[in-house]
Design a protein around this ligand. Structure first.
Ligand code: FES
Length: 179
């Protein structure tokens, strides 16, 4: 890193890329150059930051800001922020931000209600306005896992340590090993 004031890293790994990250990155780079900001703002791509379900994701240092679900339409607000304007709240990853809050509530209910049946968990997800795509992705991304029930062909499911950590549930005395 040069002595720039801010360093932007846009994830261009698989999931973010499938949702347009390279296009956003290219546009942002061009605009930073066009405005002559490249001595103050460095823009790079990076590999996954493990928030694939809410991508495309962008991290800004030293601000400790993570933006999720970034599209080209968000770039005017992001550029204004990079030039000293307000943080773009609608994109900001926080425990209670729009896209994170309902996921957190879903996992919180799943743990506290002791749900380990896949169909029940899917219904719970839908009750939190989360769809089948979200639900399937939880298994692919390692947030939920299936475990065979002894002496049965059926499986039970459980949130992994990764999910419990992300959604602040380890502190509540819930340990992945208990599931
Ligand atoms: S692919 Fe971008 S966070 Fe995983």
């Amino acid at each position: 890193m040069y002595w720039t004031k801010k360093h932007v890293m846009m994830c261009t790994s698989l999931h973010c890329n499938q949702k347009g990250a390279m296009d956003v990155l290219g546009r942002l780079r061009r605009e930073v150059f066009r405005r002559g900001l490249d001595t103050e703002i460095m823009v790079n791509n990076c590999g996954t930051i493990d928030l694939c379900d809410i991508g495309p994701n962008m991290v800004v240092y030293p601000d400790n800001v993570i933006y999720g679900g970034v599209t080209a339409a968000d770039l005017p607000d992001i550029l204004a922020y990079l030039q000293g304007g307000p943080v773009v709240d609608r994109l900001l990853l926080q425990p209670r931000s729009n896209f994170e809050g309902k996921r957190r509530d879903f996992y919180d209910d799943m743990v506290n209600q002791g749900i380990d049946n896949e169909n029940e968990a899917l219904e719970l997800a839908k009750a939190h306005d989360l769809d089948q795509t979200f639900f399937d992705e939880q298994f692919r991304r390692g947030f939920m896992a299936r475990k065979p029930i002894e002496k049965s062909d059926e499986m039970r499911i459980h949130p992994t340590k990764k999910a419990l950590t992300r959604y602040g549930l380890l502190d509540a005395g819930n340990r992945a090993d208990d599931f």
